[in-house]
Design a protein around this ligand. Structure first.
Ligand code: FEO
Ligand code: CA
Ligand code: CA
Ligand code: CA
Length: 590
């Protein structure tokens, strides 16, 4: 039985100042220690190669080490079903790569071996962690440790399994796909599985022929975003493997308690650029999953399962995400809203309009959502569910500099700022206090901004300034944690001048007061967080420290911007999971 969680009534840490420092800064009385950085061995028995600071680890070594660009993350207590805050598993996304840092000489002499290493540096880590003595450590070896990469076989489940569009020469049945990548935010189910979300997967594909409708709607171009996988692995060349892109853009369910289990792509949840997959439970036991599609003018979705969660039947729960209804949100100007079902045959989702069956509605989710008239949002990122009110949701709309510009959608009540540089957080409450409801009421929780600027840039934040909110999650005691992702091209400059490095803040919905809890090293994004059940340990991910404003780091000067976490002695900056504790062992934030 878990110890009851005391609701936080006030934030009780001294806020940290805005900072441009090459370190993780936390409030007085707190510690932050690196736990698991890019290249650290995952802990797979017999295969624990040390990180080589010159980035000369091979692809095979990288496949059993921490990937790059840590992002969403969740903690699973050990053993399964326990509430241990001293021993557990962390499932960690490795969103993408910086080839300038990944190889000793960057992208020079591009080769199959370099593509293989890049493919091994994305995906997900599962590590075992333990609080022994005063410190958390990665347990090595551990029978739970595993890496999921762009080459790990994943099952395809749900309505699109086996569909003609899901079949390739390598997988004529359309039931198995190699790998997952661009795993951004995440979710966690009550039955102890991890949901990892495929976001900017289109960046890895190229189609140098005539672009298809799908290419245009999801952003596949003649060339990829510079990763150059398609030159050596024809799976990523749409001219050669036209259906492979349909096999990405899904939410993937992973059982962290079984290192041999196959990840499963849950097609019932739709194919978009999935940011996260936040789970809520309805009073009748149905499972609701909230999801953002992070691109300018894209939508917010939710999935409602047909079946009900059965607390003691893990096997039955493992198929709950295969049957149900996917909805997309319309935010009306009167602060009401509707969930519009994406169901074949309804609201124009018919064969005449290019949707032959439900699988095609799901494969072409964005086009289906266009058809039913959903609200185009300012880049939906994470969605947080209130721990005591599972019908109350918060979503970060990170920014949208194109809102209201020539030829683009103008403002509306839910996206009220033209050229929305700083972003906002929207909140809604489902009708009848039921997450399965088809209507809701919404309001703007905060418009982010810079209080030193006038007018629309100022925002409505009560407390410490921030912009480009992205990571968003409640701890079980009711504190809402906000993480920022200001792009390196504007970090601490232009409109973001004097706003410092990316950061993490805390707020209580009751007061709306915001306090800065953490600032990150130079060039990083703060993204991904997980608490132990007792809220006395917080894991936070530091993504891409040292990122420069050019597309990839210069391997000749890898430490030009940051040398975190290894400092002068290290070879290059590394994304990492950090453990945050209070020196007196108390609950974080209060
Ligand atoms: Fe990977 Fe939208 O952040
Ligand atoms: Ca994000
Ligand atoms: Ca972001
Ligand atoms: Ca990022």
């Amino acid at each position: 039985t878990p110890a009851p969680v005391a609701r936080a009534v006030a934030l009780a840490f001294e806020p940290v100042p805005i900072a441009v420092r090459d370190s993780v800064v936390v409030p007085d009385g707190y510690t932050a220690e690196v736990l698991y950085a890019w290249g650290d061995p995952t802990g797979i028995r017999g295969r624990m190669p040390a990180f080589k600071p010159d980035a000369s680890n091979t692809a095979a070594e990288q496949a059993v080490q921490a990937g790059m660009h840590h992002d969403g993350m969740a903690y699973f207590a050990l053993p399964f079903g326990a509430q241990s805050s001293r021993r557990g598993l962390l499932a960690i996304n490795h969103e993408y790569i910086d080839d300038g840092l990944l190889h000793p000489d960057g992208m020079k002499d591009w080769s199959e071996a370099k593509v293989a290493k890049a493919q091994a540096a994305v995906g997900v880590s599962v590590i075992e962690v333990e609080h022994a003595g005063d410190n958390w450590r990665v347990v090595r070896p551990s029978s739970f440790a595993r890496r999921i990469t762009a080459q790990t076989p994943c099952d395809i489940a749900g309505p699109a399994r086996g569909h003609a569009l899901m079949r390739t020469e390598a997988d004529p049945k359309g039931t198995t796909v190699l790998g997952t990548f661009n795993n951004c935010a995440n979710g966690q189910t009550p039955w102890g599985t991890y949901l990892t979300c495929e976001e900017n997967w289109s960046d890895f594909f190229a189609n140098n022929g005539t672009l298809t409708e799908d290419d245009k709607r999801y952003g596949i171009k003649a060339q990829d975003a510079g990763y150059r996988w398609s030159e050596r692995d024809f799976r990523f060349d749409r001219q050669v493997t036209p259906n492979e892109p349909y096999r990405f853009g899904w939410v993937v369910e992973i059982d962290p308690y079984d290192a041999k289990s196959r990840p499963v792509k849950r097609t019932a949840l739709g194919r978009v650029k999935h940011e996260g997959a936040t789970v809520s439970l309805a009073p009748d036991g149905r499972v609701v999953v909230y999801m953002g599609d992070d691109q300018r003018f894209e939508y917010i979705y939710k999935f409602v399962s047909s079946g009900k969660y059965k607390p003691h039947d893990r096997k039955a729960n493992r198929t709950l995400l295969d049957q149900g209804t996917l909805y997309v949100a319309r935010f009306d100007d009167d602060n009401g809203g509707r969930w519009l079902p994406l169901v074949h045959g309804q609201h124009g989702l018919t064969a005449d309009n290019g949707f032959r069956d439900q699988a095609e509605v799901l494969i072409h989710t964005r086009r289906a959502a266009d058809k039913v008239g959903a609200t185009k949002m300012d880049r939906p990122e994470w969605i947080a569910v209130h721990p005591e009110r599972p019908w109350e949701l918060y979503c970060t709309l990170t920014n949208n500099s194109e809102r209201g510009t020539d030829g683009k959608p103008g403002t509306d009540a839910a996206n009220p700022r033209a050229k929305n540089i700083f972003g906002h957080i929207i909140r809604w409450q489902e009708a009848g206090n039921d997450p399965t409801s088809d209507s809701f009421k919404w309001d703007l929780f905060a418009l982010a901004g810079n209080p030193t600027l006038d007018g629309a840039s100022k925002g409505t934040v009560n407390g410490d300034a921030f912009g480009s909110p992205d990571g968003l999650k409640f701890s079980s005691n009711g504190i809402l944690w906000i993480q920022t992702d200001v792009s390196t091209s504007t970090l601490n400059q232009k409109e973001y001048a004097n706003m410092g490095n990316n950061q993490m803040l805390a707020t209580l919905p009751e007061t709306g007061q915001v306090r800065r809890f953490l600032t990150g090293p130079n060039g990083c994004e703060i993204t991904g967080l997980a608490f132990t059940p007792d809220n006395r340990t917080l894991f936070v991910n530091i993504q891409h420290p040292g990122e420069t404003s050019s597309e990839r780091s210069d391997p000749a000067q890898p430490k030009a911007v940051s040398s975190w976490p290894d400092g002068d002695a290290g070879g290059r900056p590394r994304s990492a999971t950090v453990v945050i504790r209070r020196r007196d062992g108390g609950v974080i934030g209060v």
